[in-house]
Design a protein around this ligand. Structure first.
Ligand code: HEC
Ligand code: HEC
Ligand code: HEC
Ligand code: HEC
Length: 153
């Protein structure tokens, strides 16, 4: 083979790897969806959209950065078709922790669904924004960036 055709073959193999990876992550979960967990009888903030596929493919987040087992241990080997649980199956209490009252440990706090989600989403975004290259794009950390329009009136 000429050098040129080797290059072409490499390019084809390389790009089909990406297509395969995309399909893989896309079969069991939508590429992008609104987070409107069913444990809420009423949401108070507009539903955030999670670009699930982009987070994996473009932002290079790993399954285990967000999904973990019943002990909180990252699920590093998740695959499309794996039995993935909703966050709310374990972080069961809807909303944020009540204001005032007894001081909760971090773990007690995260029994509240919104606290667990905020810790996960905003936690990574803050870390990401700290090490941005000059002119790099920030990931959202303020309410209305994730909850478009903010509080529901
Ligand atoms: C940035 C965080 C994040 C990353 C990275 C991520 N996920 Fe998810 N994934 C979520 C969230 C949040 C949900 C919605 C869960 C819910 O509704 O409680 C979800 C939902 C899913 C669902 C559907 C579950 C259901 O019952 O609706 C599957 C399947 C899934 N993810 C698989 C994966 C796999 C496989 C990977 C790695 C290739 C991955 N996820 C990477 C955050 C992530
Ligand atoms: C099978 C039960 C289970 C499911 C499903 C689950 N969690 Fe957890 N999670 C735990 C346990 C147990 C811990 C450890 C106790 C703690 O730190 O709160 C934990 C810890 C956490 C933490 C703190 C530790 C860390 O990794 O930073 C965050 C944030 C979190 N979960 C978010 C989520 C999100 C987001 C989802 C859905 C994508 C999810 N959890 C799904 C059980 C679960
Ligand atoms: C492991 C790290 C990580 C976690 C966890 C994470 N994100 Fe992100 N997110 C990123 C990065 C990195 C970017 C943007 C990078 C860029 O634009 O170049 C981003 C961008 C976004 C954006 C703006 C761009 C887009 O794709 O829509 C939204 C909205 C967003 N994230 C929502 C969420 C939500 C909701 C969660 C929790 C369910 C979450 N993210 C969890 C890393 C993370
Ligand atoms: C990185 C994205 C992100 C940011 C920033 C963010 N949230 Fe959230 N928030 C979420 C996600 C995801 C959920 C879970 C929604 C669901 O699954 O139903 C949530 C849930 C909530 C809930 C519980 C659901 C409801 O509608 O009542 C409240 C309240 C809330 N957020 C308020 C806030 C406030 C106030 C701020 C700013 C201080 C904020 N959020 C910032 C992603 C974000």
């Amino acid at each position: 083979m000429s050098k040129r055709s080797v290059l072409v073959v490499c390019a084809v193999v390389f790009s089909s790897m990406f297509v395969a990876a995309g399909l893989f992550a896309g079969t069991a979960v939508k590429d992008s969806f609104k987070m409107e967990s069913k444990i809420y009888t009423k949401h108070t903030y507009a539903a955030p959209t999670l670009s699930h596929k982009k987070h994996v493919d473009d932002y290079k987040a790993k399954c285990g950065d967000c999904h973990h087992d019943s002990k909180g241990k990252p699920l590093a080997n998740l695959k499309a078709g794996s039995n993935v649980q909703k966050c709310s199956e374990c972080h069961k209490k809807p909303g944020k922790k009540p204001s005032g009252g007894a001081k909760l440990t971090d773990q007690q706090k995260r029994e509240y669904h919104a606290e667990a989600l905020h810790d996960n989403c905003i936690g990574c975004h803050k870390t990401h924004n700290k090490s941005l290259p000059k002119g790099g794009k920030k990931s959202p950390v303020s309410c209305n960036d994730c909850h478009p329009g903010g509080k529901i009136k």
